[in-house]
Each structure stands twice: as structure tokens, then as C-alpha cells.
Design a protein around this ligand. Structure first.
Ligand code: ATP
Ligand code: MG
Length: 278
């Protein structure tokens, strides 16, 4: 295994030492989907570049169908890979060996919109954790199941529950705990609160914020909710029809958007407090 991979393995690295290293670099990514019936090709991600440094919190916003999930899945090596370079912890996903890819994969964990859809209905919380532990013994030995639940503010009694016995908020916390168990360097949260009751959305966002602060993991937050993005993220990329039309620190983009589409998004915010300046 190359030294650079070894350095990022749990137990062998000091998070602070890597603080300014890029966790994820996406360079000129193009991802196309082919319609199986018509054979038509649709470009869902069109020449997108972005970089996330250790500990950083970056948002991708845009309307439904703008390519956010396609981008997130390709960037973490889970979806259609597409063209262009994707470097996770310095390793190009196009050229990394299978062995190193197996070691790199747990470094990027995804939390999806629908927590119940992400959990196996036949598995209790405990057996779900056990399955993950079986796949990555060394990486997951740092914390007990009860401690892990405490980290996501869930009572230990929930360990023996099945997904249908959990509320949406509890199920999403279990999903976050499963991600946390792997000690990832990057957490991708794809609309993590939009499937939840409004009353628990803030709690889940606070939890993500706290995890980022305490673990030093970088966060890639996919959202169409600009208020969420503003409260959690340092910088934002605005996507429109597969392309990034504007990028920058949240404060700057929200206060002084340069692109017409960003202005529209801001203006469409319910009770928008950040009216676009022209
Ligand atoms: N597997 C697929 N096959 C064909 N087309 C797809 C596939 N996945 C996504 N698409 C299309 O690619 C485009 C981008 O989809 P994507 O899911 O990335 O959008 P999104 O920004 O995440 O939207 P949303 O906010 O609704 O989640 C859409 O037009 C979608 O219909
Ligand atoms: Mg999506």
C-alpha cells in the first residue's frame, strides 16, 4: 500500500496534521445518464470542479434535477463514475487499485434523504452495526455500540429496535451513527433533513455540525434549502442544469450573488432575508 494511503488509515493519523489537505478534489467532472428505453444520453453533471479540504463544510445547492445527487455519488465512487478526475484523499478513483479502493471507500460516508430507505428493515440497529463491524474490524473498534448511540443522542434501548420501530429523526440519527462508526474523513449528506419532520430538522443539523467539529470530518452537504446551507456550510456551489454557475463563501454568495439563477434561488426562499442585490 502506498504511504499516502497508510497515513490516512484510522489509528495511524493525526487529524490536525492533515487539516489543510484536500479530502476531495473533483476536476472537470462530466457524468451522463443513458435512457435505457430511448438510448438518449442526458448530461447530468457538466464539467464540474470542486475541492473540499479537511474539516471544511461545502454545500451544493440547486433545484430538483440539477445534478446534485449524481455529482455526490460520482465524487464518492458510488455512482456512475463519468469523465474527469476525482481524487479522494489524494488518490484518483480512476487509477486506484482495488485493494486501496476498499480501504478508501469507508473514508467517504453518505447520509441519504430517506433514513428508512437506507436501513435494512430486517436488521435491528445492533445487528446493522455488527455487520459494519464485521466488514471493517480495525476501523470500527474505537467505540462501543452504546457509546456510538450516545454520540448521536439516542438511548441504548434503541439498539434492539428495527427500523419500523424508529421515528424518522431517530432513523436518521442511526444512519449518521453508522457513518460515524467508520471514522470517515468526508461525510456526504444528501438532503439529510428534507424527509424529516420540521421539529427534528434542527436537531439533526446540529448533530452534523457537532460531528464535524469533534471529528474534524469534512462535510459535503447537498441541499435545496438555502437556510440549511447557510447555517451549516462555509462555502457553496450553485448548480443549474448540471453546471456550477456560482461558487464562493456562503456569506459572499448570499449577500451578493453574481449569477441570475442564484438570485432567483435566493428570491424564491420562503421569507427570504437575503434579497438579491442587483
Ligand atoms: N440513473 C439515471 N438514469 C437516467 N437519468 C438519471 C439517472 N439518475 C439521475 N438522472 C437524471 O439526471 C438528472 C440529475 O439527477 P439528480 O438526481 O442528480 O438531481 P438532483 O439535483 O439530486 O435532484 P433532487 O433535488 O430532486 O434530488 C435528472 O434529470 C435525472 O432525471
Ligand atoms: Mg438528489
Amino acid at each position: 500500500m502506498p504511504d499516502s494511503v497508510q497515513k490516512v488509515m484510522p489509528g495511524s493519523s493525526d487529524a490536525a496534521r492533515h487539516r489543510r489537505d484536500p479530502v476531495l478534489v473533483v476536476d472537470n467532472l462530466v457524468v451522463e445518464h443513458r435512457n435505457r428505453t430511448t438510448g438518449e444520453v442526458f448530461r447530468a453533471v457538466d464539467r464540474v470542479s470542486l475541492r473540499i479540504d479537511a474539516g471544511e463544510s461545502v454545500a451544493v445547492v440547486g433545484e430538483s434535477g440539477s445534478g446534485k445527487t449524481t455529482l455526490a455519488m460520482a465524487a464518492t465512487g458510488l455512482g456512475t463514475r463519468g469523465e474527469g478526475d476525482i481524487r479522494l484523499l489524494g488518490h484518483s478513483l480512476a487509477t486506484v487499485s482495488r485493494r486501496d479502493l476498499r480501504r478508501l471507500r469507508p473514508e467517504a460516508q453518505v447520509v441519504f434523504q430517506d433514513p428508512h430507505g437506507s436501513l435494512d428493515p430486517r436488521q435491528s440497529v445492533r445487528s446493522g452495526f455488527a455487520e459494519l463491524r464485521g466488514l471493517q474490524r480495525e476501523r470500527t473498534s474505537w467505540i462501543t455500540d452504546a457509546e456510538l448511540l450516545a454520540r448521536v443522542r439516542l438511548a441504548p434501548e434503541l439498539l434492539d429496535r428495527f427500523p419500523h420501530q424508529l421515528s424518522g429523526g431517530q432513523a436518521q440519527r442511526v444512519c449518521i451513527a453508522r457513518a460515524l462508526l467508520m471514522r470517515p474523513r468526508l461525510i456526504v449528506a444528501d438532503e439529510p433533513t428534507s424527509g424529516l419532520d420540521v421539529s427534528v430538522q434542527a436537531d439533526v443539523l446540529n448533530l452534523l455540525r457537532e460531528i464535524r467539529a469533534t471529528t474534524g470530518a469534512a462535510l459535503l452537504m447537498i441541499s435545496h434549502d438555502l437556510a440549511v446551507v447557510r447555517s451549516v456550510c462555509d462555502s457553496v456551489h450553485v448548480m443549474f442544469r448540471g453546471r456550477v454557475v456560482e461558487s464562493g463563501p456562503c456569506e459572499k454568495v448570499f449577500a451578493d450573488p453574481q449569477d441570475d439563477y442564484t438570485r432567483e434561488l435566493l428570491a424564491a426562499m420562503p421569507g427570504a432575508r437575503w434579497r438579491a442585490r442587483r
